[in-house]
Design a protein around this ligand. Structure first.
Ligand SMILES: [Zn+2]
Length: 297
């Protein structure tokens, strides 16, 4: 069975290739999907995003249509450039989604179904998203409870987990940890109540400050370049993300970067402002030289 990690990577690759594009053609070997496509054609819709939830892969189309696939034993999604030759035989094809630039092909996926937001919510086997940080009634208590239910996982990984709370991407993950002085590799179980409060509060604040239109369905429109510092200088928008080896904006120590969690996402942090738990050495891959702390706040 493909691991969660594999499905997560597939979802990322599909999202990168397909998100924002218009479906020019939809083809499937499954009669129930054909019948939905006949009634409410997939072609002409915009692919809003692709996400992994547990072992499920969800493709969201405009107009409240969600294609849900489960890969089970042998299923896989491939992405091809328009006209490129498939690596598997046509008899294994179950679904093809074509856009101007790409063809996404599902081979041997044994479970494939269309949902709306409402039917998806009722489908008990598919993990639900956590509280949405962009809704005005963000349920911080519930998000906190979901966070604390994962005491043995690393903080940054849990922040990215959309089933804990929905809305934090890879950039904000590092920025939120920095703002709260929390080392991203610490285990959730080591957080103090005030650190948990800080993470939730900062997540909500940073996302709200960077979003023009939070429609509440997970579709995020950024106002432009993401910004977490209050510095108006475009070169100083972020505290740590993308700044490996450059001096921390608070203390001057070089920022570190290391790959973390499913999909090996990049994590940036300041080793002075966000100290590692006692007895655990966490360093960046390139071991930059450490500098003395200069008035870290
Ligand atoms: Zn620092």
């Amino acid at each position: 069975m493909p691991e969660g990690d594999t499905i997560f990577r597939s979802a990322r690759a599909l999202n990168k290739a397909l998100a924002g594009a218009i479906v020019t053609r939809f083809e499937t070997a499954y009669a129930p999907l054909v019948s939905v496509d006949d009634d409410t054609p997939v072609a002409g819709r915009v692919i809003e995003r692709v996400e992994a939830r547990g072992k499920w892969l969800l493709i969201h189309f405009s107009g409240d249509l969600i294609l849900v696939t489960h890969m089970l034993m042998n299923g896989s999604w491939h992405i091809y450039r328009a006209g490129e030759r498939w690596k598997r035989g046509r008899q294994h094809m179950r679904i093809v989604i074509t856009t101007a630039n790409y063809e996404a092909v599902a081979f041997d996926v044994p479970v494939a179904k269309f949902h709306t937001a409402r039917t998806l919510e009722r489908h008990s086997a598919i993990p639900k998203l956590g509280p949405d940080l962009l809704t005005s009634g963000f349920a911080a208590d519930e998000a906190g409870a979901r966070l604390l239910a994962r005491p043995d996982e690393e903080v940054a990984n849990v922040l990215l987990n959309q089933q804990v709370m929905a809305g934090i991407g890879n950039v904000f993950k590092s920025e939120i940890c920095f703002a709260c002085g929390v080392n991203p590799f610490r285990l959730v179980g080591s957080l103090t109540p005030s650190e948990v409060d800080c993470l939730l509060h900062t997540a909500k604040k940073m996302l709200a400050a960077n979003v023009l239109d939070g429609s509440g369905d997970g579709i995020v429109t950024y106002t432009g370049a993401r910004r977490t510092t209050s510095n108006a200088d475009p070169g100083a928008r972020l505290w740590v993300y993308g700044r490996r080896g450059r001096p921390c904006r608070r203390c001057g120590t070089p920022i570190l970067m290391r790959r973390q969690g499913m999909g090996a996402r990049s994590t940036y942090w300041c080793p002075e402002c966000q100290p590692a738990p006692a007895g655990i050495a966490i360093t960046g891959l390139d071991q930059p030289t450490r500098r003395r702390k200069i008035g870290c706040s």
